[in-house]
Design a protein around this ligand. Structure first.
Ligand code: ZN
Length: 217
């Protein structure tokens, strides 16, 4: 498959949104099994910081209903603020032929593959952003590194975390409360090959399959 055919397949039945700077994007499924999926959310470190939350709010306004992300408390907490709730946590080994790019590159260098969360948006969500526990609590997670940064809004010094080269971010807890995340924030749903006609308990053969289960829970 050439690049264009690959992009057509990946982004078929969806709308792609790119930030003004061109540094960030997301895809939103609008047709068929992809409807409502918020996927391939990517934020470049060069992006202006307030853009990230605006991007997710836009996605929600445009109809984002569900997503898959890596199981990490910071990412989970980030999406909670926009009304997404974790419905199901799965291991890579429970998925039939998931996309290769779901496995972070760092797994090749010895880290185990993280679990995945399927999060579904609640209709009646009204609670705004709140403070989470200190990002330093995540230090015990394999693959986490910290570096000192300055808050993009108020300039307070704070510990920013990076995890497995997947994402990075911080919340300015001692200052203005700004939350920032960057990197690959959600994964693409996969279509499956239709081979698993009989559902097997605890195994999932497509994004739609995962979502069906998530909605029952
Ligand atoms: Zn701040």
């Amino acid at each position: 498959m050439d690049d264009k055919a690959q992009a057509d397949k990946r982004y078929g039945g969806c709308k792609c949104f790119v930030s003004e700077s061109g540094f960030s994007m997301f895809a939103l499924g609008v047709e068929g099994d992809r409807a409502g999926w918020l996927y391939d959310v990517f934020v470049s470190p060069r992006e202006r910081k307030p853009v990230v939350a605006a991007l997710i709010r836009l996605a929600v306004k445009q109809g984002a209903r569900q997503l898959v992300t890596y199981e990490h408390p910071f990412l989970e907490w980030f999406f909670l603020q926009f009304g997404f709730e974790t419905r199901i946590r799965v291991k890579h080994s429970q998925l039939n032929n998931p996309p290769q790019e779901w496995i972070p590159d760092s797994v090749a260098s010895g880290f185990s593959c993280p679990d995945f969360l399927c999060m579904v948006r609640k209709d009646d969500y009204t609670i705004g952003p709140s403070m989470m526990s200190d990002t330093e609590d995540f230090a015990s997670r394999a693959g986490t590194v910290f570096c000192d940064q300055y808050c993009a809004s108020c300039g307070s010094e704070l510990p920013a975390l990076r995890w497995l080269n997947v994402f990075g971010g911080y919340q300015c807890r001692r200052g203005c409360g700004t939350l920032h995340v960057e990197g690959a924030l959600t994964l693409a749903p996969w279509d499956g090959d239709g081979s698993a006609s009989v559902p097997q308990p605890g195994r999932f053969s497509s994004g739609a399959d995962l979502l069906r289960f998530a909605k029952q829970g």
